[in-house]
Design a protein around this ligand. Structure first.
Ligand code: ATP
Length: 263
């Protein structure tokens, strides 16, 4: 479903992610855990196409959606320079394949940002409708699915999203992504600002979505419960680099997991 190879991402000249490689198989639920500020959001945004890589590749469903050849300095500036050189000399640059976030969404990536970004003044139903149009299949089925997983959204269909709790807004953001019929759901800290009992509900619902619809899930988290109860496999990230990969047995070890989390 997804392969990330040797990805570097910088903000201006400040390198943030270094040599990130990971894979997510079709139908898998994979977590990326790490403490505050280690680069989790940066990674998920780069996969979604909201940030450009300075080097490395991202392959989604067998097609490259980002490919920036390795550069000496590893900054975005040098890849721009390479692209300019390629155009001056009329050579085809192997680097700088870049598929926009919109197009990645059309190809099947669904993104649930940190903080959810629901439209506070729109109703629940209007927010869900924002997920349409990405994938033009029969979305009636998807609405039924969403209301089935999150009955509270059906109850509150006409309520303004901004008046709902953090957990309900998170359900709405997941529902909005599901309306687009994604093959891969990318979630940025789904537990943030959500009370613990609702975190458990959301974890259970995401597993159910994965089982019923076959949706592949990649999430970043620093919440122990979510990591242990949602991930089938997990990468640990620190200072912009992947430092460990944990299988199911190690994920169940509280000591092993907490070592990588801010608890
Ligand atoms: N727009 C930006 N410009 C410059 N530096 C940034 C920007 N956004 C984030 N950073 C820096 O990049 C690093 C990684 O940030 P990122 O948000 O990816 O971490 P994170 O692991 O998601 O953290 P958190 O758990 O707090 O959300 C941090 O040092 C942060 O200060």
């Amino acid at each position: 479903m997804l392969t990330v190879e040797n990805l570097d991402v910088s903000y201006g000249k400040t390198p943030i992610l270094r040599d990130i490689s990971l894979t997510v198989d079709d139908g898998e639920i994979v977590g990326i855990m790490g403490k505050n500020g280690v680069g989790k959001t940066t990674l998920i945004k780069a996969i979604m196409g909201l940030l450009e890589a300075s080097s490395g590749r991202i392959v989604f469903k067998g097609e490259r959606v980002a490919d920036a050849a390795a550069s000496e300095t590893g900054t975005a500036d040098s890849s721009e320079f390479r692209a300019r050189l390629a155009s001056v000399f009329n050579t085809s640059s192997k680097s700088n394949i870049w598929v926009s976030a919109d197009e990645r969404a059309r190809r099947g990536m669904g993104y649930i940002p940190q903080g959810r970004d629901v439209f506070p003044d729109l109703t629940v139903e209007e927010n869900l409708r924002m997920g349409e149009g990405i994938n033009e299949d029969d979305s009636t089925i998807r609405y039924n699915d969403v209301y089935n997983y999150f009955p509270i959204l059906e109850e509150r269909r006409t309520q303004q999203a901004g008046t709902m709790s953090g957990g309900q807004q998170q359900m709405l953001a997941i529902g909005r992504a599901l309306i687009g019929n994604p093959d891969l759901l990318l979630l940025d800290e789904p537990s943030e600002g959500v009370q613990p009992s609702i975190v458990q509900d959301i974890t259970r619902d995401l597993k159910q979505v994965n089982r019923d619809l076959g949706t592949t899930i990649l999430f970043v988290e620093q919440n122990l419960h979510v990591v242990q109860n949602l991930a089938e496999r997990c990468y640990a990230i620190d200072k912009g680099t992947i430092i460990d990969e944990l299988g199911p047995d190690r994920i169940q070890s509280r000591e092993e997991v907490t070592e990588y989390l801010a608890v």
